[in-house]
Design a protein around this ligand. Structure first.
Ligand code: ZN
Length: 349
């Protein structure tokens, strides 16, 4: 859920405060095989996938403009004569979607149709409770600072982030400044789409609204794998995929029912290996089911408390979600999840 594309920022701050060490200044970069011709590429805490076919490569997120040239160099060396033919965006947030320009001479850029809307000059759907509080259509300093200061290391961005996107230093960041390094998709789809290249297939599925409103899940039928990011494992996931969500604002502006629907959509897909955009370990469908059940339990318990007339402060004490006490970030994020669910249910009732 974070945007750490410039030096040490968000995840690094989280690491300092929660784990006690800082991220290295140059992120760890590596490529690992998932299954057959499907690989995972890593930039620190961020991951993407690519499928090698005889006719070229289908790549997921380019991640950012410092990582993508490294990745292109690795692909050119390891798979000569197989250029990147498709870039498929997991969602439009620039900590995953930036950096595609190095592939632009050979690749077609594909995304869910809402990504074009998020890049049409209006304030885009943003994570981390960075909402357009004054509704003026640009990103003001306080729209970053309010969530950053309210929950340091959890929501908003790292210190100094606003100045890195306000490139002309006029005190406001336009959506175009925010998205400067993102190549716009040239093909968009609505519900599902299939890409065939070199005899291989990738199915694209829009799961619904969740962490973003323009998510795509990539399914690789031949490898029995799926790639999905952020709504299943957000930036706080290091190794254990069973982790409480960071729960900023009212859950990133999507109704809880839509989050739950998103998980069910993924559960219904035919795959065995779940590849996430955060978290070092490969995962499986059970994680999706368990995360869906967490959201269902959270919604049910908070709704019951609200129906019984409990205040937010009472709910934060009474809703314990003990079943999830062994999950990562339980102690740190339980009360925030209760608050996010409470605000979500008030907003979308
Ligand atoms: Zn995101």
């Amino acid at each position: 859920m974070s945007f750490r594309n410039l030096g040490l920022a968000w995840l690094a701050l989280a690491a300092v405060s929660s784990i006690g060490f800082a991220q290295p200044r140059v992120p760890v970069r590596e490529i690992t095989q998932i299954e057959g011709d499907l690989y995972r590429a890593r930039n620190g805490g961020w991951y993407t996938v690519f499928l090698v076919t005889p006719a070229g490569i289908i790549l997921g997120d380019p991640i950012n403009e410092s990582f993508s040239p490294w990745l292109k160099g690795e692909l050119d060396t390891r798979f000569p004569g197989k250029p990147v033919r498709y870039v498929v965006y997991s969602h439009s947030h620039f900590d995953h979607a930036a950096g595609g320009a190095v592939f632009a001479d050979t690749a077609t850029f594909v995304a869910h149709e809402n990504m074009l809307r998020n890049m049409d000059g209006r304030y885009p759907q943003m994570p981390g409770d960075m909402i357009d509080r004054n509704d003026n259509g640009v990103i003001d300093r306080e729209e970053i600072d309010i969530p950053t200061n309210a929950r340091p290391g959890l929501c908003g961005m790292g210190p100094g982030f606003f100045d890195t996107i306000d490139r002309n230093s006029d005190g406001v960041a336009t959506p175009q400044e925010l998205q400067q390094h993102i190549v716009r998709p040239s093909i968009v789809y609505n519900d599902r789409m299939r890409i065939e290249l070199g005899g291989k297939i990738v199915e694209l599925v829009h799961p619904g609204l969740n962490h973003s409103n323009d998510a795509t899940v990539m399914v690789f039928p031949g490898e029995r794998a799926a790639f999905a990011t952020e709504f299943i494992a957000d930036a706080f996931v290091t190794d254990n995929s069973r982790s409480l969500p960071s729960a900023c604002g009212p859950f990133d502006g999507s109704p809880l029912a839509e989050w739950i629907k998103s998980y069910r959509t993924v559960e219904d897909l035919d795959f065995d290996i779940l590849v996430t955009g955060h978290g070092s370990a490969l995962s499986d469908k059970a994680v999706v089911r368990d995360t869906r059940q967490f959201f269902e339990d959270l919604r049910a318990e908070v709704a019951a408390g609200m129906a019984a007339g409990q205040s937010l402060e009472q709910l934060k004490e009474s809703v314990r979600l003990e079943k999830y006490s062994g999950w990562a970030n339980y102690e740190r994020l339980r009360a925030y999840n209760v608050e996010a669910a409470y605000r979500n249910l008030l907003t979308y009732r």
